[in-house]
Design a protein around this ligand. Structure first.
Ligand code: SME
Length: 163
């Protein structure tokens, strides 16, 4: 069984680097997208502080559909271009939202969410796999280091699930 290791890193950057190594080890040799996505969501949610939701929305060819996650039940389908997730999917750029109330069109799945990061997940052939979304109950929980850290974790994930 996979053990979530205590993270002794002193800086956010080190914390993400340690987590990236754990993700790499956890996903090694497992090709199932759903299994890896579920374990990735659980590991990140339980390793970093101050989250109320962490999970995937997967692109079904038309819209984003909620995938493996940790947190309360969430909105099921999100159109491209809608909300923070749909914006990340459409623009293919990470959305760092310090205060969700300042984001025009933010979709409130959990009223507790106050800040959010959404990273687009793009396959090697350029097609859209989906997005990775993390929410916090604290305004300003995420900064540029979290953006870089989440993008790095997602890169490890995409490397593991590539066909
Ligand atoms: N807030 C997101 C919706 C998904 S939930 O946060 C889980 C958005 O605006 O797209």
């Amino acid at each position: 069984m996979f053990e979530i290791k205590a993270n002794h890193a002193t800086s956010k950057r080190e914390q993400y680097a340690e987590l990236a190594e754990q993700v790499r080890g956890m996903l090694a040799d497992e090709p199932s997208l759903i299994a890896n996505a579920a374990n990735f969501a659980a590991l990140v949610f339980h390793s970093l502080p101050d989250f109320n939701w962490a999970g995937f929305y997967l692109y079904d060819g038309q819209e984003l559909v909620v995938g493996p996650f940790q947190g309360k039940p969430a909105c099921i389908r999100i159109a491209l271009g809608r909300g923070v997730c749909g914006t990340a999917a459409q623009t293919r750029q990470t959305q760092l939202v310090r205060n969700v109330h300042d984001f025009d069109g933010h979709i409130a799945c959990d009223a507790a969410s106050q800040s959010e990061i959404v990273v687009p997940l793009v396959n090697a052939d350029g097609s859209l796999l989906g997005v990775w979304d993390v929410d916090s109950p604290s305004v300003g929980r995420f900064d540029e280091e979290d953006r870089a850290g989440m993008e790095a974790l997602c890169a490890v994930f995409m490397e593991a699930v590539k066909p």
